[in-house]
Each structure stands twice: as structure tokens, then as C-alpha cells.
Design a protein. Structure first.
Lengths: 379, 517
């Protein structure tokens, strides 16, 4: 049923990726969840395999592959039973490196994209601030033009990999007000004046999430990404892919969770028969499967359309909205299937449930998605 | 994203169909709802246009087009604000007559299918009984063989077009002691002796004629058996996939129509000094619903593509039916709310859409049955095999032009039937064009070496053979064009099967139809 989008090469890629993840990633996940972060060595392993180069220029070590290879990486990472692991490992390339590849100068590509693809350097995207989340045009972190450099002052929050990373792809204010005064620049982690602290979260435990403060950080002029004051548009441009990655991730997690729930239902007995023979539970599974199949078909269709460069802003918002809300619903139900065990850390449902909850918030909340959709339909 | 499934020809077909519906159907809906029936003449009009044989061979009067023409047809008939109207035509083409095509003998096809396609006969499918709905294996209507006849006794209920229709594809037990292994399909004439009908009153679908039927020693000739005796259950299971896809299409297409209708209202209606489409809570509700409609629509397209590619997709069709019809109930409820008190009044269309939607999750297999099927496939790994039959579905060709396999034969027939030369065609065309409404633009018909040019820009249609610039050029063979003039070939059919190629302003070509009538 997938073969309208996936060729046999895609399937082969998926299989070898799966083997790699089972060998190098899955065995460590419980430990990473415990420790609250993923070591750089894990990133390096993905880099060595070339997984961070998907869709990027070959001249910087990338592979000019189609969008479905990227989606396979997203799907398989989201089937390792730790959405935090997936988020942390993916954000390096799909968020930070994307901006460099799309709009970065030769200088930035050579010094950050190339080592980023090989994972010798880890990047992270820094946009949200304590007072500006979805409302990107309201960011306050200031970049003052001091002739040969910018002076950065301000703070960022909810930044994935923000403590351990080597560089930030940061949104800063280069003009006083509004969305026309935002620029993107690379801030090297080694610059002085940067303080970070890890935030404690409801879920996504393996993913390190940072609050960052910039206190008179000097950034060389050549670290500006693209043109000055164009940052807002660069961010908006990347939202389509980012949202599709989030919806693809949510669906893959959902598929993984549902399979896990089904396995449990087939093994667990109550009143002398398997749980999976109770009609009430069966119908709940049927409903969830139907919604999952529907959203998968919709989401793949949009991926394909994005690749063909169709305007799919509305559709991406729709998919992000539906898929992440669906995952919350499904993870709630799967936990219910497991009864008391669903609440215990010994089983996987508890982590699935708490990891899902960020889906409808990150990458633009459900409310922002509905705003975008309403605007495009009603005006 | 729509263009993955629909090419320019499909869209042109949609436009022509929409014009036809706006002319022949929409102005009459309220009357038909009131009278609780759709007049027979309207079926005939659909038949004359070729709309009732979209996926059937030309041999029986069909168009032999790809499945996405059927998708377009179903979408458009679902948007005329009458579920009852939609039901009658969905049953005619997608739920009853396919059994004649797939399992009927040449005799039955000749006798019944051709009439179903031409709109001379209204077809029903009679499955449900007072004591057996989704549980088909449990039906009790019996057909006992006596010589060259079956004697049918029993009753059926909830039968669409059962009171005023002509042909009943009827599910009977030929082995009453067996369950699903004792079921057969018989074609029964509605006016056969011993068949009687009572009209049922319903919550909605008022334009649709819904009957309770009783069969009292009805003599049915043995040649009216469809396929093999006792294979009926499998034929049904097979046919239900199409029925479910059609139900799913009706669900999202009806939802789309309701939402568009509501958006219009919301932009006009004011409250607290501003149009109600400015209120955030309503806007977000619209955003949520339209996301759900889009996602389900594209899922259904995906399922239709699998179906058109000949895959037997029981799970996907059941999922599509479940989601599409439940979506519709949700959307109708919300849209009615947008209209406030007016939503409850018959003056607006929402009240009808709300009550018409409510049957969706019941007919064609309830939502609960859909979940049973899905659960069996997902949890128990059950799979369903396609029963053997003649496939009627054509895969959509990638280049967008469709050449039916029977083209050559048809052309030969036309040549035998017609001895018209270019000159006589020209004269006939001139006569027709000059008495018709002016086209308002220039249309060129190219027959290779010769041509006919109709210039309708100066208040009348001037016909000449001169090669002047035209707004629209139609490439067609002289033979095919002559057949169209004679009424032997449907222009829309010729267009859809690739016999007619249109370049330039396609809207002009649509008007060609008016020249023939």
C-alpha cells in the first residue's frame, strides 16, 4: 500500500537503517532517558553512516535524496520507543542544518554545514524565547551592529540540544520592531557570554532542552545567514518541512504504540479470554487503525506535493494539527489497554503517553495551526 | 494536490455535469423532496448524457471511462443538497447495476443492463430484511426451484427505489438451511406478479423512494439468476467495496458542500457588529473541520486509486466508509450550529443536510460492522480474497487520454451505419448550428484534411470551412463526428474515451453538446 511513494531502494534504506538503530541506538535509550541527554557519540554514529546528509548538497558531504528518505529516517527514529531520542537526534539536521543548507554562505557551509553533516559539530535551532513562542515576530534577543561584529544580548528557551551543542542557528532582532527586523545567525557555542541550563520536562526525557542566555556575545559578521532582516521569512519557509516531519513522527509513534498495544491485548487475559477478543476494545482498535491509515495517506500525499514544490502551507498545518492531536488520543487509549501496567515505567505505554503531549505544542501549537488554516480558508 | 487523481478531462467532465445538475436537478429538488420521489424522466436524462454507464463497456451503451470519472460523478451528485437524490443515483450505477455487469449472462446484460445505463430502467438492490440487516447470512427470503422458475417468497425492507423502480437485484436463499453458502442473486421485475411494495416514511432522504417489499409466490425465470447459484454472498461482499467507497465519497463531498454553504452564510451574517466569520472560536471550528474533510478526502482518493488499480482493499474501503460517514454527521451538526435558529428552519438547507446525513453511518454496513471488519483484519490478521468475476474497473492511464479497447469495432459499426461524406456532414452541421444559440466564440472542428469552423461571435453561428483562428479546436475523425451528429455516439463519451481531443478554451467545446440537442 505504500508503494505509491516508496521504491525498493527506499525499502532497502529503511531496512538497513532499522538494523543500525536496533544495534546502536535502541540498547542505550533507557539509560539516556535516565540521564536526560544523548551523548555526542550517538550523533557521530548517525553522521558516520551518512544519515545527517539526507537531502543536502553532496559537495558538503550530503546526499541529494528525495523527501521520502528523510521521512524514513523520521519514522524509524520515532519507532525506537523514545520520542525524546528522536527529537534530539533529528533536530540537529532537520532544524539547524536545514537553515544552513538553504540560506547559508559558502563560509558557513564549509565551517558549520559540512562538519554538521559528519556530526563533528552539533547544531541547534534557537528561536523561542520566554516571551515569544508561536508569536515569532515578537522575539527580543538583540543583535547590535558594532561595525565588524554583532553584539548579542537576550535569552532563548525550550531549545533542544541547547547545552551540549557546538553552535546555534539563532533568530535575533536586528531592527527595533516587527517581523521585518529579524535575522538568522550562527552563534558559536565557544563564544564567551553564553550560559545554558537544562530544563526539566514532563516527557521527552532523553532530549536535552535548554534555556540559554546571551550576555554581550560577539558574533562575527560573516555568521549572518542569508540576508539581514530576512530571518522571519526563512523561518516561515522551513515550517512546511518541519511540520511534515512532526506529523510524520507523530504517525510513526502512533503506529509503534498501536502495535505495542495490540501485542499486549493478544497476550493479556481477563475473564478467561484474551483481551483482544472483547468487542469494545476491538472496535476502539479498529477506529484508531482507520484514523491512522487515513492520516498516513494524507501526510504522504502532502510530502509528495511539497517535493513537487506545490504550495502546501495550509495542508502542512492541517496535517500537523491532525496527526499530533491524533497521537495524544491514541497514546491515551493504548495506556488504557494496559490497565495498571500502563501506568508503570516497566511497560512502554507511560513513556509513549508523556512523550506525545508536546506534539500539539512544539513547531506551532494546534491553536496556531487552526489560525493559519482559518486564515487561508476564510481570509 | 488534486491533480494526482484528476486530469483536465476529468475537470471538464465535472464542469459539464455541474451545469447539467444545475439545470435539471437543483431547481427541482424541493419539489422532489415534497413529493418523496424522483420522476423517471430524470433517470432518462442522465442516461441520455451517458452519466449512468461511466465504467461500463460501450457495447452496453456505457462510456468505459476510468474510475475517477465515477468519483467525480459521486462527488457532484452529493453536492446538490439532497441525500435522497444522491442515494437513488448511487444505487442505480454503483450498488445495483454492477451485479448485472459482473455476474449477469449476456441475456441479462442485454435485457437489463442496457436499460439501466440508458436510464430506461430504475434499478434497486434488495438485501435487507425486517430481521436481517448487516447480518446478511441470516436472510429468510426463499427461492425454490420449480421447473424453469424460482418461486420467491419473503420480504425486504429499506429498499431504495423499491416503490417506483423497475428492476430488483434481489438477495434470496436458494438453500434455506445454509447460511452464507445458500445465498443467490436474482433479477426480479418490480412489476412481476406477487411483488408488492409499501412506501416507508423516514427521518430524512425524503426525495428517495424507500420501500418495504413483499414477495408472494413470485415466479422468476431461472435465466434471471445472476452468476452461479449459492454464490450470492461472495458477489455481495465483492460489490460492497464499491458501495462503501461511494458512501465515503458521499460523506466528505456532502461535508464539503455544507461547509462551503456555511462559510457563505458566516461571511454575510453579523453579530455584535461584525461578520460571524471573524469570531475566533468559529474560525477554529472551521479550521478543524476542513482539516478533517481534507484528510479523509485524500484518504478516500488513495483508496479509490487502489480500487481502480484492481486491488481488493476490504480494510481500506471499510475504513473510508467509517470515517467519511461519521465525518459527515459531525460536520452537519456543527454547520447547523453556525446558522443558529435559521439552521433549524426549512428555508435554509442545513436542516435537510443534517437529517439526510444521519443514515450514512447505517446504510451499506453500519459503523459497528465496519469496525468489526477492520478489527478482524487488524487484530486477527484475517484477509479477504476477491471472488472471481469479470473486472469492470479500468486503471487510469497516466497520459490522461483514454482509448477503449472496443474503439476499433465501434468505428467499423459507425462506418457501416453512415455513408455521410464531409459535404453532407458540413451541411447538417450548418443547419444545426445556425438554428442553435450563438456560441459567443469560435470553434473549429478538425477532421484531418477538412474542417468545420463555427463562428458564433456576431450574434449568430456562421459556419464555414475556412481555416481561421479559433478559441477552441477539436480534433476528431469524420466518422466519429458523424456518429455524434446521428446520435450514435455520446459527445461526452467520445471526449472521455479520447476520440475527441480538445485544445484551447475547453468551455467552448462543452457548448458543442448544445448544438446536437
Amino acid at each position: 500500500m505504500n508503494n505509491y511513494y516508496f521504491t525498493s531502494e527506499h525499502q532497502l534504506f529503511r531496512k538497513s537503517l532499522r538494523d543500525f538503530l536496533n544495534r546502536e541506538i535502541v540498547p542505550h535509550i533507557d539509560q539516556w532517558e535516565e540521564e536526560g541527554e544523548i551523548p555526542k557519540s550517538a550523533f557521530k554514529k548517525l553522521g558516520d553512516m551518512g544519515y545527517y546528509g539526507l537531502g543536502f548538497e553532496e559537495s558538503y558531504g550530503g546526499m541529494s535524496t528525495d523527501i521520502f528518505y528523510t521521512m524514513i529516517l523520521v519514522e524509524e527514529l520515532n519507532k525506537c520507543n523514545s520520542a525524546g531520542t528522536a527529537a534530539s537526534l533529528l533536530s540537529h539536521s532537520t532544524l539547524a542544518l536545514e537553515h544552513l543548507s538553504k540560506n547559508g554562505s559558502e563560509f558557513l557551509k564549509k565551517n558549520y554545514l559540512k562538519p554538521g553533516i559528519s556530526a563533528d559539530l552539533i547544531g541547534c535551532l534557537a528561536i523561542s524565547e520566554p516571551q515569544a513562542g508561536s508569536d515569532v515576530s515578537n522575539i527580543q534577543t538583540k543583535a547590535e551592529d558594532n561595525g565588524d561584529h554583532y553584539m548579542i544580548n537576550g535569552s532563548k528557551t525550550f531549545i533542544t540540544n541547547g547545552v551540549k551543542c557546538d553552535f546555534y542557528v539563532a533568530a535575533v532582532r536586528t531592527e527595533e520592531k516587527g517581523y521585518d527586523g529579524i535575522s538568522m545567525m550562527v552563534i558559536d557555542r565557544s563564544d564567551s557570554g553564553i550560559k545554558t541550563s537544562a530544563l526539566k520536562k514532563l516527557g521527552w526525557h532523553a532530549s536535552e532542552t535548554a534555556e540559554i542566555s546571551f550576555d554581550n556575545v560577539r558574533v562575527p559578521k560573516e555568521n549572518l545567514i542569508g540576508e539581514i532582516n530576512k530571518g522571519f521569512y526563512y523561518i516561515m519557509e522551513k515550517f512546511e518541512l518541519e511540520r511534515l516531519i512532526l506529523s510524520t513522527g507523530a504517525l510513526a509513534s502512533a503506529e509503534y504504540a498501536l502495535e505495542y498495544g495490540l501485542q499486549y491485548l493478544s497476550e493479556r487475559k481477563a475473564f478467561n479470554r484474551s483481551l483482544n477478543t472483547f468487542q469494545e476494545l476491538r472496535h476502539r482498535v479498529a477506529q484508531l487503525s482507520a484514523e491512522l491509515a487515513c492520516l498516513k495517506a494524507f501526510n504522504y500525499q502532502i510530502c509528495d506535493a511539497l517535493q513537487r514544490k506545490e504550495n502546501v502551507t495550509k495542508e502542512c498545518a492541517m496535517s500537523k494539527l491532525l496527526c499530533t492531536e491524533f497521537m495524544d488520543k491514541l497514546s491515551y487509549q493504548v495506556l488504557q489497554f494496559l490497565g495498571g501496567y500502563g501506568y508503570m515505567e516497566e511497560y512502554k505505554a507511560a513513556r509513549i503517553f508523556r512523550d506525545s503531549r508536546i506534539g500539539t505544542i512544539g513547531g506551532g501549537t494546534s491553536e496556531i495551526m487552526r489560525e493559519i488554516i482559518a486564515k487561508s480558508i476564510i481570509g | 494536490m488534486k491533480n494526482y487523481y484528476f486530469n483536465e478531462e476529468h475537470e471538464l467532465f465535472r464542469q459539464g455535469l455541474r451545469d447539467f445538475l444545475n439545470k435539471e436537478v437543483v431547481p427541482n429538488i424541493e419539489k422532489w423532496e415534497e413529493e418523496q420521489r424522483i420522476p423517471k424522466e430524470i433517470f432518462k436524462k442522465f442516461g441520455d448524457m451517458g452519466y449512468l454507464g461511466l465504467n461500463y463497456p460501450e457495447k452496453y451503451g456505457g462510456i468505459d471511462a476510468d474510475f475517477f470519472y465515477a468519483v467525480v460523478f459521486t462527488e457532484e451528485i452529493s453536492k446538490v443538497f439532497s441525500g435522497g437524490f444522491m442515494a437513488a443515483f448511487a444505487v442505480q450505477q454503483f450498488m445495483s447495476s454492477p451485479y448485472l455487469m459482473k455476474h449477469g449472462s449476456d441475456f441479462l446484460k442485454e435485457k437489463y443492463l442496457t436499460k439501466a445505463i440508458s436510464g430506461d430502467a430504475i434499478c434497486s438492490i434488495a438485501i435487507s430484511e425486517p430481521n436481517a440487516g448487516s447480518d446478511v447470512a441470516n436472510i429468510r427470503t426463499t427461492a425454490v426451484r420449480e421447473g424453469n422458475y424460482y418461486i420467491v417468497n419473503g420480504s425486504k425492507t429499506f429498499i431504495t427505489s423499491g416503490v417506483y423502480g423497475d428492476v430488483l437485484v434481489t438477495v434470496v436463499k436458494t438453500k434455506p438451511e445454509e447460511g452464507f453458502n445458500g445465498i443467490s442473486l436474482l433479477v426480479i421485475d418490480r412489476d412481476a406478479e406477487g411483488v408488492s411494495a409499501t412506501k416507508l416514511k423516514k427521518l430524512g432522504w425524503h426525495a428517495s423512494d424507500t420501500a418495504e417489499l413483499s414477495f408472494d409466490n413470485v415466479k422468476v425465470p431461472v435465466e434471471n439468476l445472476l452468476g452461479e447459484e449459492n454464490h450470492g454472498f461472495f458477489y455481495l461482499m465483492d460489490g460492497l467495496q464499491l458501495e462503501r467507497l461511494v458512501g465515503a465519497i458521499g460523506g466528505y463531498a456532502g461535508s464539503e458542500a455544507a461547509l462551503d454553504y456555511s462559510l457563505q452564510y458566516m461571511s454575510e451574517r453579523e453579530a455584535f457588529g461584525r461578520p460571524i466569520n471573524k469570531f475566533q472560536v468559529l474560525r477554529h471550528r472551521v479550521a478543524q473541520m476542513s482539516s478533517e474533510i481534507e484528510s479523509i478526502k485524500y484518504f478516500v482518493y488513495h483508496c479509490c486509486r487502489l480500487h481502480a488499480d484492481g486491488e481488493y482493499v476490504v480494510k481500506e474501503c471499510s475504513m473510508a466508509k467509517l470515517l467519511g460517514t461519521e465525518l459527515s454527521d459531525k460536520v452537519m451538526y456543527q454547520c447547523l450550529q453556525f446558522f443558529g435558529g435559521y439552521g433549524y428552519m426549512e428555508e435554509y438547507k442545513m436542516a435537510r443536510m443534517f437529517r439526510d446525513s444521519r443514515i450514512g453511518t447505517i446504510g451499506g454496513g453500519t459503523s459497528e460492522i465496519m469496525r468489526e471488519i477492520i478489527a478482524k483484519m487488524v487484530i486477527d490478521d484475517k484477509s479477504y480474497q476477491k471472488s472471481t468475476n469479470t473486472p469492470i474497473i479500468k486503471t487510469k492511464p497516466t497520459n490522461g487520454s483514454m482509448n477503449g479497447s472496443s474503439t476499433t469495432k465501434n468505428n467499423t459499426n459507425n462506418q457501416i451505419n453512415t455513408t455521410m461524406s464531409y459535404e453532407s456532414t458540413f451541411n447538417t452541421m450548418k443547419e444545426k448550428a445556425e438554428s442553435a444559440q450563438p456560441l459567443g466564440s469560435v470553434l473549429k472542428l478538425n477532421f484531418g484534411e477538412n474542417r468545420i469552423v463555427i463562428d458564433g461571435t456576431n450574434g449568430s453561428n456562421q459556419v464555414s470551412g475556412e481555416d481561421i483562428d479559433a478559441n477552441c479546436t477539436v480534433d476528431v475523425s469524420l466518422d466519429d463526428f458523424t456518429s455524434m451528429l446521428n446520435g450514435d455516439l455520446n459527445p461526452m463519451g467520445a471526449f472521455m474515451s479520447g476520440k475527441m481531443k480538445v485544445k484551447g478554451d475547453t468551455g467552448v467545446a462543452l457548448k458543442l453538446q448544445t448544438l446536437f440537442s
